[in-house]
Structure formats: structure tokens, C-alpha cells
Design a protein. Structure first.
Lengths: 114, 114
């Protein structure tokens, strides 16, 4: 049983560019959350998708957007990249239903903005 | 500001020493509490969780944590650490009245020497 998978593993972009990160949830999971982990910090919640809609959002600007597909996979898009967007982006999935118990994390995508 | 605080940034222990990592949160109301671990080169994985009931919870690999509601604390303990416990440890809180996002502390790096 594959766990949460993310692609790409690493990505280098320049300021002002746009980036798309992808996540496939663990089998049987329908809820996907995205987190940003800056160097030396804990993960920070960006947003969560359930039933193809954004269910909850953290304190991130509109440059951060997402999408969930019918197969429950998800994308995170970041526009107008800033140097401060350099971080590890984590995807987490969880079991069906509105009550989230445990989130399973993927390996992350390391984004470097030059 | 509401937050999750991990008191120790870096802990260095010898094998067989006892471990206690502190975690305090500043949210009122009902919370779910988690400890996640990130071994070098691996993704975040759940060590243990508290939802309700017995405030002393046992997790994988001999770890346990005690929820003390009056102190807003959820400290992680292990009676005898091993070299393989070298990792980064994150405390996380989910506020039951605030959606499903996890709020993480900044993490504690544990280094165990053999």
C-alpha cells in the first residue's frame, strides 16, 4: 500500500515565477492538507481540500492556491514566487469524513527560489 | 498569540539516558494532541496521539506522553533512548472548534550518542 506521494522531489525556481506541486494521497484517503516547512521551523498549515473544495485555509496569501481532483489527488500552486517561499512543502492525507483524526505525511517537495 | 511551544531546541543525550521533551499550547477548549517524529532523510510520522480518556498515552518505539490539562502540556518521554532515536520531534495540536488544521511547534532536535 503506497503512502502519500509527492512530486517533484526538488524544484528550483526564480523570483516571479509560478510553481505547481503535486500530491497523491494514501489509498482510501479523501482529504488532503498542505503545509509549508521553512528551515528550522515546524510545518505551517496552508489549506485543506475535501470533496474537491477548499475546506479550511491558514494564514497564507492568495498567491497560494490549490485544487483537488476527483481521484482525491491535489495540486498546490504558488504564483509570483518570493525568496521567502523557499521551503519544504508537505502534503498530508487523512481518512474519509469531516472528523480528521490522523494525518499521514508525504516526503515533501523542496522548493528553492533564487 | 495562540501557539505551540517546544521548550528545547536541541537535546543531546547518551544512549540509555531518559528523555523528556516539553510541549505547551496556549489554546482553550478541547484539543487533540500529537507528537510526530522525522528521522534523518525520512518523512514525518506519527509517534502518538491523544484524543480523550487516559491522559497517559503510549506510542510506538517505547515513547509515551502525558496530557496535563491544567498545565496545557503534553510532554513526550522515553525511559531509555537509543542511537536510532536521533531525529527531530514535533508537537502538534488540533483545536476541535477550529477545523482540522494541525498547529505545530518549532521542533526539537534530539541527538543520541552511542
Amino acid at each position: 500500500d503506497a503512502g502519500v506521494t509527492q512530486s517533484p522531489t526538488h524544484l528550483i525556481k526564480t523570483r516571479g515565477q509560478q510553481v505547481t506541486l503535486r500530491c497523491s494521497p494514501k489509498s482510501g484517503h479523501d482529504t488532503v492538507s498542505w503545509y509549508q516547512q521553512a528551515l528550522g521551523q515546524g510545518p505551517q498549515f496552508i489549506f485543506q481540500y475535501y470533496e474537491e473544495e477548499e475546506r479550511q485555509r491558514g494564514n497564507f496569501p492568495d498567491r497560494f492556491s490549490g485544487h483537488q481532483f476527483p481521484n482525491y489527488s491535489s495540486e498546490l500552486n504558488v504564483n509570483a514566487l518570493l525568496l521567502g517561499d523557499s521551503a519544504l512543502y508537505l502534503c498530508a492525507s487523512s481518512l474519509p469524513g469531516r472528523s480528521v483524526n490522523e494525518q499521514f505525511f508525504g516526503p515533501g517537495t523542496r522548493l528553492t527560489v533564487l | 498569540a495562540q501557539s505551540v511551544s517546544q521548550h528545547n531546541h536541541h537535546v543531546i543525550l547518551s544512549e540509555a539516558a531518559s528523555l523528556e521533551l516539553g510541549c505547551n499550547y496556549s489554546y482553550g477548549g478541547t484539543v487533540n494532541l500529537f507528537w510526530y517524529v522525522q528521522y534523518p532523510g525520512q518523512h514525518l510520522q506519527l509517534l502518538l496521539k491523544y484524543f480523550s480518556g487516559d491522559p497517559l498515552v503510549k506510542g510506538i518505539k517505547g515513547f509515551e506522553a502525558e496530557f496535563i490539562k491544567s498545565k496545557f502540556s503534553f510532554n513526550l518521554r522515553k525511559p531509555s533512548v537509543q542511537w536510532s532515536d536521533t531525529a527531530e520531534y514535533f508537537c502538534a495540536v488540533k483545536r476541535n472548534q477550529a477545523g482540522t488544521a494541525l498547529i505545530f511547534g518549532k521542533g526539537t532536535t534530539l541527538s543520541v550518542s552511542s
